[in-house]
Design a protein. Structure first.
Length: 721
């Protein structure tokens, strides 16, 4: 029976299609499942047409409605067709005429390339290369090496005509996806061995048979990273109604290899930049582990914030249909888990969590009581980064503590006074029935170390923002054995000051750590703009703070327009411009629920919500919004702080108020004279905050300010358009 599969390129453009067009896609899919091959080609409503003078006779069009056409791959043999794009009639015909399909002789995957445009521009680039004094971009790689990575003769010719990265950027959207990815990684500095390991090897299928480059039926089933076979109308209807979440249908081979590996011999880690699918991999790992639980075993799926907990719960529901299986997974923040462990102690006294804005004043009070003359800010950080981080519980332990990484000197003679102040601070908290969240985590870890672990597996998302005290709790929550901890995070998104060395805590991931480099959320243009905010600044790795993480090879699978950047004369003018931008997005067919507005401060967010509502644009504070912003279910523009945007994504994002007073926010930055190293760390956290906000955008990013722009923008060479 014929069937219609879906290419990832169709899903990438799906949010732009109006509901009647999506309904037409569903009707076409159902027709493929109902008619015979002969009936499909004769059906007057479907109009499965070949195109004269097309680059590939296997590329045809079908009717979606009177105005829209689908472009399909219709192989000469087999009964599986692939919907590549849905476009207005004339654009569909023009696009289809240029495309050419093939099967990669190494990976067995189906490939689509813009053959007409490549044929047109390649000779011109070859002539330029002959006259250029620059060496060819891929000169150091032999034809044999490139062929072994899946580069075919056509793409090889085009690659040999390039002399720099800018030229590759022109060619990249036109090239077959797998081959494009190989060339982009090589151009970014990766070795042939690294590209084989990370890109090619995961895509290889277990088959001893030679690749048949004419067998599209088999190749389509070998292209799971880009082609989805949907088996039920309910599944397709759900995808079409929630287009922004459709990317979750796909797992890149490198992601699938990590998520569905049979077993790891110990803790395992996956890292990667924003949009690389770390959370999706973590959710799929939970699905895999659920299939191997024994009676009584449970899984803890944990993250940093409640908003992310809700997103994880929604994601797991979309992956695991069986509610009884899902009930074997506890989903909570690490702090929430700690609070539960402590509260379950018989006759436990409930202590009020200390809010962060209370902590400085309480340290000031403790310092006054002990005659400590240093700053309260110093004590806050000393307690967090030395005492709690190292699990110190006595003066001798503190006197022997390692303070490397602290930028403020402390003599041996000064440590007893600091410790007396710590004791006074904690005693005052206890007397007032209070406790910090990190104290709760430390106490929960102690209880679990005494009573034993709670879970068979622990899966951690957004791991980069967890404190050593929280890691000790997670280590104590699960016995040390194969598949105990699965960790997903990105040091470049560290927006809270919680640097940690997992290695120092006994969580060793050496040999079980994988880095994802391909972004599936933001366009390459948005990604390049956003990463410029961080380039050249060292970021500590999760597993070992003595080593640095890089953005080498970090690429996007999507292409589009770059960010729009705007300066305004006043805050009022900036809000007016925001209204115009949001209205333009909505008029272009973007749902209000697919738009996010982010700012550094809650007060700026409140002004944005009010101004949008005054303009009759539905808007809501992210704190008051219900539903999952990634699915487009909420029908209002979501407005929230940069901190609250962590882990979320939107089709269009406006980041406002990016001025020199907001970023960096001086109250969030330790003065250099108090602690020079902490000063630099705080600046990096502020920089990462802007990076996180900007990389929430999928299709469009808008950045604005009034007055003087943030130093982060000027340092990255950003100017208003």
């Amino acid at each position: 029976m014929p069937q219609l599969a879906f290419d990832i390129g169709f899903f990438a453009e799906l949010p732009k299609l109006q509901p009647p067009v999506r309904k037409g896609v569903l009707d076409a899919w159902e027709k493929f499942g109902r008619l015979t091959l002969d009936q499909l080609f004769k059906d007057p409503g479907l109009k499965l047409e070949s195109l004269t003078k097309a680059k590939d006779k296997k590329i045809r069009t079908i009717r979606i409605d009177q105005f829209w056409r689908g472009v399909v791959l219709a192989p000469d043999s087999g009964d599986t067709f692939v919907l590549l794009r849905v476009l207005p009639h004339d654009k569909a015909i023009a696009w289809a005429m240029k495309q050419k399909s093939s099967i990669n002789a190494v990976t067995r995957a189906v490939e689509i390339r813009d053959a007409a445009t490549l044929d047109e521009i390649t000779p011109a680039y070859e002539r330029v290369a002959e006259l250029s004094p620059k060496p060819r971009l891929f000169a150091k790689f032999s034809d044999g090496d490139l062929s072994a990575l899946g580069i075919d003769p056509e793409t090889l010719r085009q690659a040999r005509s390039l002399v720099d990265q800018e030229q590759l950027d022109v060619f990249a959207p036109l090239l077959p996806q797998d081959q494009r990815e190989v060339l982009q990684y090589l151009a970014a500095g990766c070795t042939v061995e690294e590209v084989w390991r990370d890109i090619v090897a995961p895509a290889l299928q277990d088959s001893t048979q030679p690749v048949d480059t004419r067998d599209y039926e088999t190749a389509i089933r070998h292209s799971r990273a880009r082609i989805a076979l949907v088996s039920a109308s309910e599944e397709l209807r759900d995808i079409l109604e929630k287009p922004f979440a459709a990317w979750r249908v796909f797992l890149h081979p490198s992601q699938r290899k990590v998520a569905y590996r049979a077993s790891y011999s110990g803790p395992a880690q996956v890292t990667g930049g924003p949009g690389t699918g770390k959370t999706v991999v973590a959710l799929h790992r939970v699905k895999h582990l659920l299939g191997h639980l024994r009676d009584g075993d449970r899984i803890l799926l944990t993250t940093y914030t409640n908003a992310l907990v809700n997103a994880l719960r929604s994601g797991l529901e979309s992956l695991v249909d069986d509610p009884e299986l899902r009930d074997r997974v506890d989903i909570s923040t690490v702090d929430g888990f700690a609070n539960r462990v402590v509260a379950e102690v018989p006759d436990a006294v409930t202590l009020r969590p200390l809010m962060s804005n209370e902590e400085v004043s309480r340290w000031g009070k403790a310092a006054k009581a002990t005659d400590f003359t240093g700053s309260a800010q110093f004590l806050v950080q000393e307690y967090r980064h030395v005492v709690l981080a190292q699990g110190i519980g006595s003066l001798p332990e503190y006197e022997a503590a390692d303070r490397r990484g602290r930028g403020s000197r402390l003599t041996a003679a000064e440590r007893p006074l600091v410790w007396r102040t710590v004791e006074r601070f904690t005693a005052d908290l206890a007397a007032d029935g209070c406790r910090t969240w990190l104290q709760t985590c430390a106490e929960a870890a102690r209880l679990l170390e005494e009573k034993g672990p709670r879970y068979r597996h622990v899966v951690v998302d957004e791991a980069q923002d967890l404190h050593p005290a929280q890691w000790r709790l997670l280590r104590a929550a699960v016995p040390a054995r194969p598949d105990d901890l699965f960790i997903a995070g990105d040091p470049h998104q560290r927006i809270y000051d919680s640097k940690v060395s997992l290695k120092s805590l006994g969580i060793k991931v050496t040999g079980r750590s994988v880095k994802l480099r391909k972004n599936y959320r933001s366009t390459q243009q948005i990604l390049r703009w956003s990463t410029a905010l961080l380039i050249g600044r060292p970021v500590d790795r999760l597993e070992d703070e003595a080593r640095h993480e890089t953005l080498l090879g970090y690429r996007s699978a999507l292409h589009g327009d770059g960010p729009a950047v705007r300066a305004a004369a006043s805050e009022e003018a900036e809000l007016d411009a925001l209204v115009d931008q949001v209205r333009d997005w909505i008029n272009a067919g973007v749902g209000a629920g697919e738009i996010g507005v982010s700012a550094r401060f809650n007060k700026t967010c409140a002004k944005a919500v009010a101004r949008l509502k005054d303009a009759d644009i539905p808007a809501v504070s992210l704190r008051n919004a219900s539903g999952d912003s990634s699915t487009g279910e909420v029908t209002a523009v979501r407005v929230g702080t940069m901190h609250s945007f962590k882990g979320l994504e939107f089709r269009c994002v406006a980041v406002i108020g990016v001025d020199d007073e907001a970023l960096p926010f001086q109250k969030a930055v330790t003065p250099a004279e108090v602690d020079s190293k902490q000063h630099e760390t705080d600046l990096m956290s502020e920089r990462c905050l802007l990076f996180v906000a900007c990389t929430r955008a999928r299709d469009s990013l808008y950045v604005s300010w009034s007055g003087d722009p943030s130093a982060f923008l000027t340092e990255a060479g950003v100017t208003a358009g």
